[in-house]
Design a protein. Sequence first.
Length: 228
Amino acid sequence: MSVAQPPRPKIIATGSAVVTRLNRAVIEPVLMPGQKVRVQQGQQFAIYEIPRYDAPEALPEVYINFASFAQPLPVLADSGAQSVLNKSLTDLDVVSPSLAQYRLVPLTPGVQFEVSQPAVVGKFVNKNGVIRIDWSAIQTHIRTGNFGMIPEVWVFGDQTPIQAKAINMDMNATKPVATLAVYGYRYPLDYIDTKLGPDGRIYYTDPGGVVQEIQTVMTVNVGQTQGR
C-alpha cells in the first residue's frame, strides 16, 4: 500500500534581475571616473578616487611563459614529486599611483599555476591550502561565458608584486611552454586624505572645505602584509 505524499510547495523565484559587473558576459571595468576605491593590504588601507578627467585603460594582454626550451618544466615524477618553476610577475606592475585589475587564464594543458601575493602568502586559498588554477577548469568558464569565475588579482603600482609557480602534472612529457595569459584594466588614482572618526567612520574634507563621511567605497585586496 503506497503512502500518499504531501503536495510539494510551489517555489517562486524572487530577487532582482541586476547582476554585478563581475558576473556579466564580458570582462569590463568595475570602477568608473568619480568613484572611490579602498585599497586594502592586510590591515592597512588608503582611499583613492578615479579622477573625473580620466578613464580606465584597457591593457594589452600579457603572455607570461614560465618555461623555455633551454629550461623546460620537468615531468611529474613517478613518486609524485612535483617539478616547479617560480616567477615574479613584474610584467603586471603599473605606474604609481594607479591600480590594475587582472584576470588570469592558463593556456598550457597539464600545467597548474599557484599564485601568491606577496611571495609567502597564497592568493586563492581554502581550508586545505592554496588553490591552484589550470587550463581545464578555466576553459569551462570561457566556453560558458562565465567570466566572473576567472581568477582575479589586483596590483597597486609596483608595491604589491605577484609571485607564481608553474607545476607540471604530466608524467610523460616536459613542458618547454607553460604560459599564463593575463587580461586587465588600469585605473588612474587620486589620493584622498582621510581621517578615522571616533565613531569608526571615515571622513574627508571636500574641495569646498566641508568635512564629509566617505560612503559607497569599493574595496579591493592587493595582498597581505609581510607581518601577517
